[in-house]
Design a protein around this ligand. Structure first.
Ligand SMILES: NC(=O)c1ccc[n+]([C@@H]2O[C@H](COP(=O)([O-])OP(=O)(O)OC[C@H]3O[C@@H](n4cnc5c(N)ncnc54)[C@H](OP(=O)(O)O)[C@@H]3O)[C@@H](O)[C@H]2O)c1
Length: 385
């Protein structure tokens, strides 16, 4: 059971302090005032007056060592919020990019932060305006780290999440399998079908087809009737074919631009190294959908950073347009509606998830290191309870 053996909170969503009840706003106010955080909360936690949970907290940007297991208050839900008892979460590259502070010029978080965006679990409480879920429902979802500087992500025993970011867990998936799906599959779905406008019979090239996004992109594109080429290292060629790729390309020994051409859509989850050649394999009017629009890594001030990113995106669009192609960056959105459609494909057995490794939540540092190495096959999952 490890650190997950704590008792169930009673889900009285108001904290008791010396016999009195305080509303959620007051509790939030207390939590986020820095000075009070170090004085009042520890006292209340020590006295056992607030329901607590285990969470992976980061007190600063840095390496995996900044992630520590801590006791923190169970979050409150707002009117449209759902409190989920988390059973499993997954690791996405964005988690360690945020942890490192690589994107801090775009959004500088207020610490402490709980990272993590994917979850699966059971609903234990719903806000007054929630209509889609009720306690006991098994759900999975994607919590967007882009909305609040005081991010409380999913690396925790309980997570408050907007109902629109959730969907019912596919019945044929375990909690670990379900947690591996949301961010990666939503990205593939939104990139191919919404930005890429992929149609049956079209040709698509999926870079990094063996990674988290790639495994779903290859399968979704096949399900929608496309011809699919995908890139991966030599050891993943057979794996790509098992996922359904019509053409597996070994990026370690082959130039993809010599193996495939006339594509309607290219999904780029690799970045700068493949950008230029990707334009050349697109047919006229084809779309290059980028998951990793090149961004400066230095934090030269927010305005400068944003301007530089905007300038690079504009340059990429102009460059593609001059060659008669389109360039479109994708930023995944937490849409429960899309997740429901993905869930239907999973339940029908038309697509599947692939889990590389499952860690206990306490081994979050190990899991981040593995993801950072860049060669995960499918997804890394963390078991919470
Ligand atoms: N914009 C967005 O909203 C959004 C959303 C999700 C992800 N992303 C970004 O998209 C990228 C991919 O995400 P992910 O979750 O799929 O990452 P991931 O799971 O960590 O990707 C790992 C895979 O990348 C493959 N790979 C590494 N170098 C490659 C290369 N040069 N050519 C082809 N394949 C290569 C590896 O295959 P081998 O082992 O065979 O090398 C491995 O299977 C990340 O940078 C992530 O941050 C962006």
């Amino acid at each position: 059971m490890g650190f997950l053996s704590m008792g169930q909170p009673c889900f009285l969503r108001q904290a008791k302090i010396s016999g009195q009840r305080y509303n959620p706003q007051i509790l939030c106010f207390l939590r986020y005032l820095c000075v009070l955080r170090f004085m009042v909360l520890p006292l209340l936690l020590f006295c056992g007056e607030i329901e607590t949970m285990k969470a992976i907290l980061a007190e600063a940007y840095g390496g995996p060592e900044v992630l520590t297991v801590e006791d923190v208050p169970v979050p409150q839900v707002g009117p449209h919020g759902v409190l989920v008892q988390v059973r499993a979460v997954s690791v996405n590259p964005i988690d360690w990019k945020l942890r490192q502070g690589s994107l801090k010029a775009l959004r500088d978080y207020v610490f402490p932060v709980i990272w993590g965006s994917d979850l699966s679990g059971e609903v234990v409480e719903t806000g007054g305006a929630v209509t889609l879920f009720k306690p006991g429902d098994e759900v999975y979802g994607f919590k967007d780290g882009n909305v609040a500087k005081t991010f409380r992500g999913t690396y925790a025993e309980y997570v408050a999440i907007p109902e629109k970011s959730l969907a019912k867990k596919p019945a044929n998936l375990s909690f670990e399998e379900a947690a591996s799906v949301p961010a990666a599959a939503l990205t593939a779905w939104q990139a191919l079908l919404k930005k890429g406008r992929l149609k049956p019979g079209q040709r698509v090239l999926v870079h990094a087809g063996a990674g988290g996004v790639g495994i779903f992109a290859v399968q979704i594109a096949k399900t929608f009737g496309a011809y699919v080429a995908a890139t991966a290292g030599a050891h993943n060629q057979q794996f790509l074919r098992e996922l359904g790729a019509d053409l597996a390309i070994d990026y370690e020994h082959e130039r993809f631009s010599e193996r495939v051409s006339g594509c309607d859509v290219v999904l780029d989850g690799v970045g700068s190294g493949v950008w230029r050649d990707s334009l050349s394999v697109l047919k006229l009017g084809g779309r290059l959908i980028s998951l990793v629009p090149s961004a400066p890594t230095d934090a030269a001030g927010r305005a400068g950073f944003v301007t530089t990113v905007a300038a690079r995106l504009a340059a990429a669009k102009i460059n593609a347009a001059l060659r008669g192609r389109r360039f479109a960056p994708v930023f995944v959105k937490p849409r429960g509606g899309d997740l429901e459609k993905i869930g239907a494909l999973l339940e029908a057995g038309k697509i599947r998830t692939v889990i590389d490794r499952v860690f206990p939540l306490e081994q979050i540092g190990e899991a981040h290191r593995l993801s950072e190495a860049g060669h995960v096959r499918g997804k890394i999952v963390l078991k919470v309870s």
